[in-house]
Every structure is written in C-alpha cells, then in structure tokens.
Design a protein around this ligand. Sequence first.
Ligand SMILES: Cc1ncc(COP(=O)(O)O)c(C=O)c1O
Length: 454
Amino acid sequence: MAVRPPAAAPATTTAASHPSADALLGLFPPGTSTAPDGALRIGGCHVGELAARYGTPALLVDEGALRARARRYADALAVRRPGSTVAFASKAFPCTAVYRLLAEEGLGVDVASGGELALALAAGTDPARVIVHGNAKTDEFLRAAVEARVGLVVIDNFDDIDRLERLLAAPAAATGSAAPDAGTYRQPVLVRVTPDIRPDTHAAVSTGQRDSKFGLLVPQAREAIARLRASDRLRLDGLHVHIGSQILDTEPFVRAVAAVAELGTFPVYDLGGGLGARYTYDDRPPSVEAYLDALTAAADALLPAGARIVIEPGRSLVAGAGVSLYRVVTVKRAHGETFVAVDGGMGDNLEVSLYGQRFEATVATRPGGGADGELCRVVGRHCESGDVLSAGVLLDDPRPGDLIAVPVTGAYTYSLANNYNAARRPPVVFCRDGRSRPVVRRETYADLMRRDLP
Ligand SMILES: Cc1ncc(COP(=O)(O)O)c(C=O)c1O
C-alpha cells in the first residue's frame, strides 16, 4: 500500500477549487455561522471580537461541538457494543479544560507520559478510567501511575513488565499511596500487539508495521502474555492495538482486530484510535458511525461476546472543534505567487511541517474566497521556508490586518506547539452560545524566561 514519505517538502501553491460557502462552513465546527457583517462566528462568537479580546494567534474551540462529538462517539459505541468505553487519546489536546470537559461527557483518558497523567489527574479524571501508554515509560511515570491506581497500563515491551514488577514489589510503591489495598495490589495491564499492518498514512504516524518502535510482534506478544499470566503482581486483562493516525479507510482497523483475535480470549480489547479527520474539501474520512460499524462488526465476529471494547480516538475527536485565528502581517506578491504571512505558524501548528498535513484557510471576516479569490500561500512568521500553514487556498483580497481562520486545528496543534523564534504560545479560548472564556492564557515573555538561570 502506498505510504507517503517521512519528511514533507514545503507545501507550494499549486491549485485550488473555489469552495462554496457551504463547503467552507462544512470544515468549521458545526454551528459556525456568519454574522450580519459577513464575519465568521465560532460558537456564536464573532471572530473580530474574539481577536480584539484575546489577540492573535489564538486557538478557538467550539465547546458545544467538542461535547457533541464526544457524545456521538460514546453513543455510537454504546449502541453497537454495550459496555464498551471511549478513552480520549489526550496527546491530541492535553489541556486540563479539555480533560475536564471530556470526563464530564463520560470519556476515559489515554495518557502517554507523566505530564499527561499529571494533567489528567489535576483535571479530576477518575484514575480508574486512565490508560497508560508509552514505548519508554520511566520508573517515575510508572510509579505515579501505580500510585494513582490507574485502570490499565499497556505493556509495550518486556522492560515494562520488569519495571512494574519491581515497583510493585518495593514496599514504597506497594504501600506508599496509603491505599487500603497496599501490599496486595495487582496492576491491571494490557499487552500492546504490533500486528504488522501498515495503513495508508504518513510514515511518521504509522505505528502498527513490522518495524514499529511500538508494541510487541505476535511471537513476543505471546511470550509477554505467558509471563503476565504467571505474575502475581500484574493482572493481565487483555490486548491493545493501535496502527496509526489519520487513517481514512476502515479496512486496516478490521485487520487489526483480526490480528489480536488470534492471540486468545481476554476480558478487554483496546482497539486504539487512528480515525482520520476531514481537514480539506477533498478529504473523505469514514464517519464515526461507519468506522464503529466496521470495528464492532469485526469485534462481534472475531472477539469473545462478553469482552469489553475500548477505543482511543484523539484526532477525530478533537480536530474539528478547533479553529486557529491569525492576523495577516504582510502580503507579498512575487514570482506569480501571493504569500500571506500571518502572526503564527509552525510555532502553533507543526502538523504541516511534520506530516505535510494540508489545511484550508479563509479571511475570517470575508469567508469564502470571494468571486475573484486570489490563489495564496498562507505562511507563518518563523525562520523556515517549511513554515507554511495553508498552500493553494483562495482568499478574498488579503490585506495586512485581516484575520485568517484555519479550521480543523483542534488536534495535535496545542500539544505540538513550541517556542521556535521565542514565540509565545497562543491562548486557548472556549466559545459557546455566543460567550467565550479563555482556558489557557497566552504565554508571556516572562514565561519564556522563567526557566533560565542566572
Ligand atoms: C496508543 C495510541 N492510542 C490512540 C492514539 C490516538 O490516535 P488518533 O489521534 O489518530 O486517534 C494514539 C496516537 O497516535 C496512540 O499512540
């Protein structure tokens, strides 16, 4: 199957089709509308007012859309496979407000670091609903997970087993949490299986292939299962599989279910995340329902009837609720191209540079590209030519000072944001029913210096 190259060449301005107003709004969170002056309203909030209040760049989240998406996932899974659970893959958007919101909607959480665990717990997530991942889990991370009594730790390698057994044997870890079960506690675990499946997605986010750094190939998984069955410190609850991200076809997910089914009968099967989001007019990811139809049909056919299914969506859960708002700093017309340079870029959205992800964009106060829209390359303010946000988009007469909105930025933007060029990371603003509230403030220059020692 075709695999896109690991490193993305800087996107260039090639072609664009003129989107209809409906097509454009279709990429924004459901409920996005235009105000009487023509500007976009996200969660009922006017983009001009949001920019005036919070500045730019800013990451806007339509809170209602995020809640609705979480409910859609949970309801669609519950109908198809009662008793199963959705755990938010929090690497996609690890901020306490998002953890809190999704916990309110009844979702569990997958964490892949001590930091994500700390954030999830600080947000009030029930530890029993936390699933711990990572191909290189440190003692510190595992100790925090065990002491918090997380629901599941996913065994990625044999060192995880050794480490956990050591930690649970040590009196400090076994009793340090002052838990009533100290001394007798057995940590529930899953074994992560590498099914030798390479979905059609970018190599950097493909994880289930034979040479993956994640998980255990079938023969090793069998060995881990045997070891865990003999352990009196760890309780083997089942298997885990996750084959990658931004997958636009259901067939590889079905093959992954078949791969874990071969390894035996367990009470829990965590089938990971990976469903693609719709970033561009041309993307056609399966709906949540179509994805779950395929996944649960495979589970019903191949896995034990009473087994609990867990899924871990990240990207497809949060991407569509986010919109990045920028201000145009300069417009340069040269070599037949129009470069629209904004006040953000690869500091707040690394997806383009890392994976060649394509995004659409529009002038937020004149959405739609205009009848004579100009073919533009929206670029960032950072010192790399690869710092592109959106290539080949039609914008309506872009000028310095205009606001640019980039839809579908709720996933892996906040989490991959960085301080390149000492940029201050943007705020996160929840918008709902015409009201906005900041849930993460903009970084300050003082923040940038906070860790520097004299
Ligand atoms: C173990 C695991 N589960 C779930 C996910 C979420 O994937 P996605 O955001 O594509 O749904 C990831 C991310 O790669 C992951 O590593």
